[in-house]
Write a protein that binds this ligand. Structure first.
Ligand SMILES: *Cc1c(COP(=O)(O)O)cnc(C)c1O
Length: 482
């Protein structure tokens, strides 16, 4: 590659001159200096190449004008860096790709309080000596999920990994063929067992497994019996499986632990929230004889990403003492948010203070009113005349691989008149990104997963995106297949 001629190079304004312009200063306010500096460099690189190619006059003032005009485009076309809050208008409450459970004010306040300075994470303030990390969370976890003791790890996958490794590495783990499932995101039970250095012993068939199948498989090498909850699918028809008390009796007779990978982590019976279906509760599994139960912190519990293992103190103690524990333990951000979330459940405040629980519990009439507010705000904000908006009843989902058969009655604002894909892309690219749901040839903004305080921002984002889509030429007469 050849270099620009000395004259062309002299004509190009230096970066600091562009950065000193009012526009650049405003952009720095909005997006930060590193992003704007990088954009200035990119703009000047392109200008240099165009100068060299003779596509631009080697004239300083003209080049500065072009550079400043392009700077704005360049900055606005790149998204602000970092993990961004988005408005979830998909209707899927526990959307794994969108971070599952939103945290409530009490949990957020707990995180701020525990993380601003130092915190007694592993320090017993009464004794002035080292304490253990689960000391505060364990009693709350036991109140909500049962058991005598608890450990917390980074997620439920880590919980299974820890339990199977600590109790069955180099030995056998007995699992029903009906439970050799994939939970999502590539978490496959047979692979997890293998990665723990344990040997999987499959029993029964896909649809039927009996207590006798387990009994035959138990031997001197058995490390554990593992029951995996079929969180994200349902089996109907000609099926059978032993009850937990039957398995617990077998496990106890052989002196091996009965592990239950429950996943969903409901703190209470979801029918009390107005849902039609329920998940088995951890404390029921413990009461029926499970030695250890593993649940997620960010599914139906509505807390931060975490895995919670509750059960008998001897088994929990073995997990806590295992070297892997050091690698799987969460930091104080998670512990603080989890403690606050568990406390809300333990105190019966979950439907008020845990947003995911509140979102699931909202009756359809309330959602209809929320969708009406959204629609009215859009109309008042000035919709382009070719855009049609309407209210429509929808079927929302719990998500997070829990309660797969539950259909949550919900309401959405349906947007017609623009290509749904173009509108969805503009919504994702906005200052406050929005993820909606496209079906039936139109984009839908389902309010089941929208937090009440987000509705104003959602309306603003939709109006901005609609104007953006026009600028992109995605009006109906241009749109294909809309
Ligand atoms: C969701 C789920 C997991 C994984 O939980 P994460 O917290 O996402 O790691 C494991 N087991 C079961 C049965 C699940 O439902």
């Amino acid at each position: 590659m050849s270099q620009p001629t000395p004259a062309a190079r002299r004509a190009l304004p230096p970066a600091h001159e562009i950065l000193a312009t009012t526009l650049a200063q405003e952009l720095i306010e909005q997006r930060g200096r590193p992003a704007v500096t990088a954009a200035v460099r990119a703009v000047l690189d392109t200008l240099r190449a165009e100068l060299l190619a003779g596509a631009l006059p080697a004239e300083r003032d003209a080049l500065r004008t072009v550079a400043v005009a392009r700077l704005q485009q360049q900055v606005m076309s790149t998204r602000p860096a970092g993990l961004r809050r988005v408005i979830n208008a998909t209707g899927v409450v526990l959307h794994t790709n969108l971070g599952r459970a939103p945290l409530g004010e009490t949990a957020l306040a707990a995180v701020t309080e525990a993380c601003r300075g130092y915190a007694a994470v592993e320090y017993d303030l009464a004794r002035g000596a080292r304490g253990h990390r689960d000391a505060l969370v364990a009693p709350l976890a036991n109140a909500v999920f049962g058991g005598d003791d608890a450990v917390v790890v980074n997620n439920c996958a880590a919980a299974v990994l820890l339990a199977a490794t600590a109790l069955a590495a180099g030995r056998e783990v007995v699992v029903s063929r009906g439970e050799l499932v994939e939970i999502g995101g590539g978490f496959r039970v047979p692979d997890v067992i293998a990665s723990c250095g344990a040997r999987l012993v499959e029993v029964g068939t896909t649809n039927k497994t009996r207590a006798a199948d387990y009994e035959r498989a138990l031997g001197p090498d058995t490390g554990a019996i593992l029951v995996v909850h079929r969180s994200n699918f349902a089996m109907v028809g000609f099926t059978a499986q032993p009850t937990l008390p039957e398995l617990a009796a077998l496990a106890r007779a052989r002196g091996v632990p009965l592990l239950v990978d429950l996943g969903s982590g409901a703190g209470e019976d979801t029918r009390a929230l107005g849902l039609r279906t329920r998940e088995p509760l951890s404390r029921e599994c413990v009461a029926e004889g499970a030695d250890l139960v593993m649940v997620s912190g960010d599914k139906l519990l509505g807390g931060p990403q975490a895995g919670i293992i509750v059960g008998g103190s001897v088994w929990v103690g073995r997990l806590r003492a295992h070297p892997l524990m050091r690698a799987l333990r969460p930091g104080r951000l998670v512990l603080a948010a989890l403690e606050a979330t568990l406390r809300a459940h333990a105190d019966g405040r979950a439907a008020r203070d845990v947003p995911a629980v509140a979102l699931l519990a909202r009756p359809a009439a309330e959602l209809r009113a929320l969708a009406e507010t959204l629609l009215a705000t859009l109309v008042a904000g000035g919709l382009p005349d070719y855009v049609k908006t309407s209210l429509t009843a929808t079927e929302a989902r719990v998500g997070g691989g829990t309660l797969p058969l539950e259909v949550l009655a919900s309401w959405a604002v349906r947007v017609d008149g623009v290509a749904p894909d173009a509108l969805a892309a503009a919504l994702r690219a906005g200052d406050r990104p929005v993820v909606g749901r496209g079906f039936d040839g139109a984009l839908h903004l389902d309010v089941r997963s929208v937090l009440p305080w987000e509705v104003g921002d959602l309306a603003m984002a939709v109006l901005a995106a609609l104007h953006q889509t026009v600028a992109n030429g995605a009006r109906p007469e241009h749109a294909s297949g809309a």
